[in-house]
Ligand binder design. Structure first.
Ligand code: ADP
Ligand code: GLC
Length: 482
């Protein structure tokens, strides 16, 4: 049995702000249990839902030398769906109303603490993984600490590490002297061949340099990040590590996202009966959100963090034009104020057509995936994207910019060959996006049979974890070496 530990800053069903949590929550369940014992370690955030906190069982606690003090490290555990979860407790770091805060330096201290604690708890838990699978900058110091101080100890010697980049935009950067002081790493780690990048200490870079392999969440993004536009300054390093860098596209949990059994939606449906049944969800959502109730209106959905990554500048630019079309737009998201206010404004201006829901809701997200005809995701960059996979699963046709994982998972409609599962556009240009939306409108309104065939193909596409989980297993085997 190969033992693998996932270390991450969020994971479903305990805590989620975005797609990272979906991946951390669903991938371990799909790794072959006959050969692998996959466990997950997360911070114990005070802001976790009470219902989830109630599931946690205290294991023990100890004090760890960190940032010039003996820091409290509590360990808790829980088992959910056959997966063993561990939690690191320290309310000084993981208190607060949200998992992530705005104080960049504190975030670095917090996740440096987490990374060191992840390693420190293993002997106490008597769990020695052969490999630690780290995710994003928050766990970037795990491979660093592993190579630095822990390798001297028999327990840790030979443990491999992998880091998966879910989003290169976030790297965890601060002044090297300060970071050195907090982490206790030797000064010679803060050079451009190790943690330093452009005069900052960079935690993600540390992970990329010291991990035994690096992955990211789609093939296209794995290529894109070797270029200056997408590389966020680390393209040189990623080119240098390109032999150890691979793209493995994300999947989604096909049980959680299933239009036939979804407890949140009004009318379950499937690939056979969607022509009659899916629209009943649209009708219910129109009523719930106060939009014109009309089966025939094309309803476009957006469920997203409202950040510039997601292409909202394009939407802002042509929103008035778009709202003059015969469509409805349903938005669910939170994030930057300018985008929140933009959608609120258009909700007020076109109240029967636009519904802006500026909050977080699992339930409404499922209703949108199920009810809409199309789903808009014009991202500036997109490492993988899960929302378009959820849309495909619910027969809601994605309209995407062809970048990163969007390019790898949505095949643009080709009317001459009767192919495609969605609509795409290439350049980051608002009118190109609008043209793609209008092309979709035209097929939806004038060629309904063609539209339904797109839905057929979308629902037949398979983005469960089956194929990708095997690729992770191959990588684990290759690294562990037997
Ligand atoms: P990212 O990780 O960059 O935010 P993804 O498409 O990979 O983008 O994943 C986003 C996940 O977060 C999806 O599961 C999506 O449904 C969910 N999500 C985003 N915003 C909200 C919201 N306001 N309410 C509910 N779910 C949301
Ligand atoms: C990141 C990316 C998103 C990806 C998710 C899970 O948040 O922005 O594209 O799907 O991680 O890998």
């Amino acid at each position: 049995m190969k033992k693998i530990l996932f270390a991450a800053s969020e994971g479903v069903p305990f805590i989620k702000t975005g797609g990272l949590a979906d991946v951390v929550g669903s991938l371990p369940k799909c790794i072959d249990k006959e050969y692998y014992d996959v466990r997950v370690i997360l911070p114990k955030y005070t802001c976790m839902r009470q219902e989830m906190k109630d599931k946690l069982e205290y294991v023990t606690h100890f004090y760890m030398d960190f940032n010039w003090t003996d820091a409290y490290v509590g360990i808790l555990k829980a088992e959910v769906d056959g997966i063993q979860y561990y939690f690191i407790d320290n309310e000084g770091y993981f208190g607060g109303f949200k998992p992530y805060g705005d104080n960049a330096l504190f975030e670095i201290e917090k996740y440096a603490f987490f990374s060191k604690a992840v390693l420190s708890v293993l002997p106490i838990l008597d769990f020695r993984p052969e490999l630690i699978h780290c995710h994003d900058w928050q766990t970037g110091l795990v491979p660093v600490y592993l190579k630095e101080r822990f390798q001297g100890n028999d327990f840790f010697r030979g443990i491999k590490s992998v880091i998966t980049i879910h989003n290169l935009k976030f790297q965890g950067k601060w002044d090297p002297k300060v970071v050195q002081n907090i982490t206790g790493l030797p000064q010679y780690y803060f050079t451009p061949d190790k943690l330093e990048a452009y005069k900052d200490a960079n935690l993600l870079k540390g992970g990329i340099v010291f991990a035994d392999a690096v992955t990211t969440v789609s093939d296209t993004y794995a290529e894109e990040i070797k270029t200056p536009f997408y590389g966020e300054g680390l393209e040189g390093l990623l080119n240098a590590r390109s032999r150890d860098l691979r793209g493995i596209v994300n999947g989604i949990d096909y049980e959680e996202f299933n239009p036939e059994t979804d407890k949140y939606i009004v009318k379950p449906y499937n690939a056979v009966n969607f022509r009659k049944e899916k629209v009943k969800n649209k009708r219910a959502l129109q009523e719930e959100l106060g939009l014109t109730v009309d089966d025939r209106k094309m309803m476009i959905g957006v469920v997203s963090r409202l950040t510039d990554q997601k292409g909202f500048d394009l939407i802002a630019y042509v929103m008035d034009e778009l709202c003059r079309d015969d469509i409805q737009l349903v938005v669910l998201g939170t994030g930057e104020e300018r985008y929140e206010n933009m959608f609120r404004h258009f909700d007020w201006k076109y109240s029967d057509k636009v519904s802006a829901n500026i909050f977080y809701s699992e339930e409404l997200s499922h209703k949108i995936y199920a009810s809409c005809d199309a789903f808009l995701m014009p991202s500036l960059f997109e490492p993988c994207g899960l929302s378009q996979l959820m849309s495909l699963r619910y027969g809601t046709v994605p309209i995407v910019r062809e970048t990163g994982g969007l390019k790898d998972t949505v095949e643009p409609y080709n009317e001459y060959e009767s192919r495609g599962t969605g609509f795409g556009f290439a350049n980051y240009n608002a009118h190109e996006m609008l043209a793609a939306i209008r092309y979709a409108e035209q097929i939806y309104y004038d060629k309904k049979r063609e539209w339904n065939k797109i839905v057929d193909r979308a629902m037949a596409a398979d983005f469960s974890w089956e194929v990708s989980a095997k690729k992770y297993q191959e990588m684990y085997d290759w690294l562990i070496g037997y």
